[in-house]
Ligand binder design. Sequence first.
Ligand SMILES: C[S@@+](CC[C@H](N)C(=O)[O-])C[C@H]1O[C@@H](n2cnc3c(N)ncnc32)[C@H](O)[C@@H]1O
Length: 207
Amino acid sequence: MDGTLREHWDEIYADVGPSQVSWYQPTATVSLQLIDGLELRGDEPVVDVGGGASTLVDALLARGHSDVTVLDLSQAALDAAGARLGRELDRRTHLVCQDVLTWTPPRRFGLWHDRAVFHFLVDPAAQAAYLKVLKAATDPGSHVVIGTFAADGPEYCSGLPVARYDADALGAALGTGFMIVDTAREEHITPRGAAQLFTWLSATRVS
Ligand SMILES: C[S@@+](CC[C@H](N)C(=O)[O-])C[C@H]1O[C@@H](n2cnc3c(N)ncnc32)[C@H](O)[C@@H]1O
Protein backbone atom coordinates (compact mmCIF):
# COMPACT_ATOMS: atom_id res chain seq x y z
CA MET A 1 0.00 0.00 0.00
CA ASP A 2 1.27 3.50 -0.81
CA GLY A 3 1.57 5.10 2.64
CA THR A 4 1.78 8.62 1.23
CA LEU A 5 -1.40 8.26 -0.77
CA ARG A 6 -3.19 6.69 2.16
CA GLU A 7 -2.13 9.58 4.41
CA HIS A 8 -3.34 12.04 1.78
CA TRP A 9 -6.85 10.58 1.87
CA ASP A 10 -6.92 10.05 5.63
CA GLU A 11 -5.98 13.69 6.18
CA ILE A 12 -8.70 14.98 3.89
CA TYR A 13 -11.39 12.91 5.60
CA ALA A 14 -10.11 13.89 9.07
CA ASP A 15 -9.50 17.58 8.34
CA VAL A 16 -12.44 18.40 6.07
CA GLY A 17 -15.00 15.93 7.38
CA PRO A 18 -16.87 13.26 5.41
CA SER A 19 -19.86 15.50 4.64
CA GLN A 20 -17.77 18.50 3.56
CA VAL A 21 -15.37 16.81 1.13
CA SER A 22 -15.83 18.02 -2.44
CA TRP A 23 -17.28 14.70 -3.64
CA TYR A 24 -19.91 14.47 -0.87
CA GLN A 25 -23.46 13.85 -1.98
CA PRO A 26 -26.30 13.11 0.44
CA THR A 27 -27.73 10.53 -1.97
CA ALA A 28 -25.87 8.59 -4.65
CA THR A 29 -28.60 9.45 -7.15
CA VAL A 30 -26.94 8.60 -10.45
CA SER A 31 -25.36 5.42 -9.09
CA LEU A 32 -28.76 4.22 -7.91
CA GLN A 33 -30.41 5.11 -11.22
CA LEU A 34 -27.80 3.14 -13.14
CA ILE A 35 -28.03 0.21 -10.72
CA ASP A 36 -31.81 0.23 -11.24
CA GLY A 37 -31.16 -0.39 -14.93
CA LEU A 38 -29.22 -3.58 -14.23
CA GLU A 39 -30.60 -6.99 -13.48
CA LEU A 40 -29.01 -7.26 -10.05
CA ARG A 41 -30.55 -9.41 -7.36
CA GLY A 42 -30.49 -8.25 -3.75
CA ASP A 43 -28.45 -11.26 -2.66
CA GLU A 44 -25.67 -10.71 -5.19
CA PRO A 45 -22.47 -9.37 -3.58
CA VAL A 46 -21.71 -5.71 -4.32
CA VAL A 47 -18.34 -3.98 -3.95
CA ASP A 48 -18.06 -0.19 -3.83
CA VAL A 49 -14.43 0.38 -4.78
CA GLY A 50 -13.03 3.54 -3.21
CA GLY A 51 -16.42 3.90 -1.59
CA GLY A 52 -14.99 5.89 1.32
CA ALA A 53 -17.75 7.28 3.51
CA SER A 54 -20.31 7.32 0.67
CA THR A 55 -23.94 6.74 1.60
CA LEU A 56 -24.40 4.42 -1.39
CA VAL A 57 -24.07 1.46 0.99
CA ASP A 58 -26.88 2.83 3.18
CA ALA A 59 -29.16 3.15 0.17
CA LEU A 60 -28.34 -0.36 -1.02
CA LEU A 61 -29.07 -1.81 2.43
CA ALA A 62 -32.35 0.12 2.53
CA ARG A 63 -33.24 -1.47 -0.80
CA GLY A 64 -32.68 -4.93 0.63
CA HIS A 65 -29.18 -5.74 -0.60
CA SER A 66 -27.71 -8.28 1.77
CA ASP A 67 -23.97 -8.30 0.97
CA VAL A 68 -22.18 -4.99 0.42
CA THR A 69 -18.40 -4.52 0.63
CA VAL A 70 -16.89 -1.04 0.82
CA LEU A 71 -13.20 -1.04 -0.09
CA ASP A 72 -11.06 2.04 0.44
CA LEU A 73 -7.48 3.11 1.00
CA SER A 74 -8.53 5.40 3.86
CA GLN A 75 -9.26 3.92 7.29
CA ALA A 76 -10.58 7.34 8.35
CA ALA A 77 -13.25 7.12 5.64
CA LEU A 78 -14.17 3.57 6.57
CA ASP A 79 -14.36 4.52 10.26
CA ALA A 80 -16.85 7.24 9.37
CA ALA A 81 -18.91 4.77 7.34
CA GLY A 82 -18.73 2.20 10.13
CA ALA A 83 -19.85 4.66 12.79
CA ARG A 84 -22.82 5.60 10.63
CA LEU A 85 -23.78 2.04 9.75
CA GLY A 86 -23.70 0.71 13.31
CA ARG A 87 -24.94 -2.82 13.70
CA GLU A 88 -25.59 -3.27 9.97
CA LEU A 89 -21.83 -3.60 9.74
CA ASP A 90 -21.66 -7.09 11.13
CA ARG A 91 -24.64 -8.38 9.29
CA ARG A 92 -24.66 -7.19 5.72
CA THR A 93 -21.66 -4.91 5.23
CA HIS A 94 -17.92 -5.49 5.02
CA LEU A 95 -15.36 -2.69 5.23
CA VAL A 96 -11.98 -3.41 3.66
CA CYS A 97 -9.01 -1.04 4.03
CA GLN A 98 -6.97 -1.78 0.94
CA ASP A 99 -5.45 -0.25 -2.18
CA VAL A 100 -7.62 -1.47 -5.04
CA LEU A 101 -4.55 -1.87 -7.23
CA THR A 102 -3.03 -4.52 -4.96
CA TRP A 103 -6.26 -6.12 -3.78
CA THR A 104 -6.74 -9.86 -4.20
CA PRO A 105 -10.53 -10.24 -4.31
CA PRO A 106 -11.53 -13.16 -2.08
CA ARG A 107 -14.62 -13.87 -4.21
CA ARG A 108 -16.63 -12.65 -7.20
CA PHE A 109 -19.10 -9.76 -7.03
CA GLY A 110 -22.32 -9.21 -8.94
CA LEU A 111 -21.68 -5.45 -9.06
CA TRP A 112 -18.44 -3.48 -9.11
CA HIS A 113 -19.20 0.20 -8.34
CA ASP A 114 -16.66 3.01 -8.54
CA ARG A 115 -17.42 6.71 -8.22
CA ALA A 116 -14.35 8.89 -8.74
CA VAL A 117 -11.54 6.41 -8.17
CA PHE A 118 -10.61 5.07 -11.62
CA HIS A 119 -10.07 8.64 -12.80
CA PHE A 120 -7.09 9.04 -10.45
CA LEU A 121 -5.24 6.44 -12.49
CA VAL A 122 -3.46 8.56 -15.08
CA ASP A 123 -0.74 6.01 -15.75
CA PRO A 124 -1.62 3.21 -18.25
CA ALA A 125 0.11 0.63 -16.05
CA ALA A 126 -2.09 1.60 -13.09
CA GLN A 127 -5.19 1.49 -15.30
CA ALA A 128 -4.21 -2.00 -16.47
CA ALA A 129 -3.66 -3.11 -12.84
CA TYR A 130 -7.12 -1.78 -11.91
CA LEU A 131 -8.76 -3.64 -14.79
CA LYS A 132 -6.97 -6.83 -13.81
CA VAL A 133 -8.41 -6.58 -10.30
CA LEU A 134 -11.85 -5.74 -11.72
CA LYS A 135 -11.71 -8.88 -13.84
CA ALA A 136 -10.58 -10.96 -10.84
CA ALA A 137 -13.49 -9.61 -8.78
CA THR A 138 -16.19 -10.26 -11.37
CA ASP A 139 -17.53 -13.00 -13.64
CA PRO A 140 -19.27 -12.85 -17.00
CA GLY A 141 -22.77 -11.67 -16.06
CA SER A 142 -21.43 -9.33 -13.36
CA HIS A 143 -22.15 -5.62 -13.69
CA VAL A 144 -19.96 -2.54 -13.51
CA VAL A 145 -20.95 1.07 -12.70
CA ILE A 146 -18.17 3.64 -13.03
CA GLY A 147 -18.27 7.44 -12.67
CA THR A 148 -15.31 9.69 -13.56
CA PHE A 149 -14.79 13.36 -14.19
CA ALA A 150 -16.08 14.21 -17.66
CA ALA A 151 -13.84 15.19 -20.58
CA ASP A 152 -14.85 18.81 -19.86
CA GLY A 153 -14.76 18.33 -16.09
CA PRO A 154 -12.07 19.40 -13.58
CA GLU A 155 -8.45 18.46 -14.24
CA TYR A 156 -7.76 17.82 -10.55
CA CYS A 157 -9.66 16.10 -7.77
CA SER A 158 -8.56 16.62 -4.16
CA GLY A 159 -5.26 18.07 -5.39
CA LEU A 160 -4.45 15.05 -7.57
CA PRO A 161 -4.44 15.03 -11.39
CA VAL A 162 -7.17 12.96 -13.03
CA ALA A 163 -7.81 11.32 -16.39
CA ARG A 164 -11.07 12.70 -17.83
CA TYR A 165 -13.47 10.68 -19.97
CA ASP A 166 -16.48 11.01 -22.21
CA ALA A 167 -18.70 7.93 -22.38
CA ASP A 168 -16.98 6.49 -25.46
CA ALA A 169 -13.54 6.87 -23.93
CA LEU A 170 -14.68 5.32 -20.64
CA GLY A 171 -16.17 2.37 -22.52
CA ALA A 172 -12.94 2.00 -24.48
CA ALA A 173 -10.92 2.13 -21.26
CA LEU A 174 -12.98 -0.75 -19.90
CA GLY A 175 -11.97 -2.73 -22.95
CA THR A 176 -13.57 -5.62 -24.74
CA GLY A 177 -15.66 -8.12 -22.85
CA PHE A 178 -18.22 -5.61 -21.58
CA MET A 179 -21.60 -4.68 -23.01
CA ILE A 180 -22.47 -1.07 -22.28
CA VAL A 181 -25.94 -0.86 -20.72
CA ASP A 182 -26.28 2.88 -20.13
CA THR A 183 -24.31 6.10 -19.88
CA ALA A 184 -25.04 9.38 -18.11
CA ARG A 185 -23.66 12.85 -17.65
CA GLU A 186 -24.00 14.53 -14.27
CA GLU A 187 -23.32 17.94 -12.83
CA HIS A 188 -22.24 17.35 -9.24
CA ILE A 189 -22.43 20.38 -6.96
CA THR A 190 -19.80 20.27 -4.22
CA PRO A 191 -20.64 21.31 -0.62
CA ARG A 192 -18.94 24.64 -1.41
CA GLY A 193 -21.15 25.20 -4.45
CA ALA A 194 -18.75 24.37 -7.31
CA ALA A 195 -20.00 22.40 -10.33
CA GLN A 196 -18.14 19.25 -11.40
CA LEU A 197 -19.13 17.36 -14.55
CA PHE A 198 -19.10 13.57 -14.35
CA THR A 199 -19.33 10.84 -17.00
CA TRP A 200 -21.07 7.64 -15.95
CA LEU A 201 -21.24 4.22 -17.50
CA SER A 202 -22.98 0.97 -16.58
CA ALA A 203 -22.00 -2.26 -18.27
CA THR A 204 -22.40 -6.01 -18.05
CA ARG A 205 -19.39 -8.25 -18.38
CA VAL A 206 -20.00 -10.67 -21.25
CA SER A 207 -16.71 -12.55 -21.43
C1 LIG B 1 -13.16 11.26 -4.71
S1 LIG B 1 -13.31 10.11 -3.40
C2 LIG B 1 -14.84 9.28 -3.80
C3 LIG B 1 -15.41 8.51 -2.62
C4 LIG B 1 -16.70 7.77 -2.91
N1 LIG B 1 -16.57 6.88 -4.04
C5 LIG B 1 -17.85 8.71 -3.07
O1 LIG B 1 -18.39 8.81 -4.17
O2 LIG B 1 -18.22 9.35 -2.07
C6 LIG B 1 -12.09 8.90 -3.83
C7 LIG B 1 -11.99 7.78 -2.83
O3 LIG B 1 -11.13 6.77 -3.34
C8 LIG B 1 -10.26 6.35 -2.33
N2 LIG B 1 -9.07 5.88 -3.05
C9 LIG B 1 -8.20 6.60 -3.77
N3 LIG B 1 -7.28 5.81 -4.33
C10 LIG B 1 -7.59 4.54 -3.96
C11 LIG B 1 -7.01 3.27 -4.21
N4 LIG B 1 -5.92 3.15 -4.98
N5 LIG B 1 -7.58 2.18 -3.66
C12 LIG B 1 -8.68 2.30 -2.88
N6 LIG B 1 -9.28 3.48 -2.61
C13 LIG B 1 -8.73 4.59 -3.14
C14 LIG B 1 -10.06 7.55 -1.43
O4 LIG B 1 -9.65 7.23 -0.13
C15 LIG B 1 -11.45 8.18 -1.47
O5 LIG B 1 -12.28 7.65 -0.47
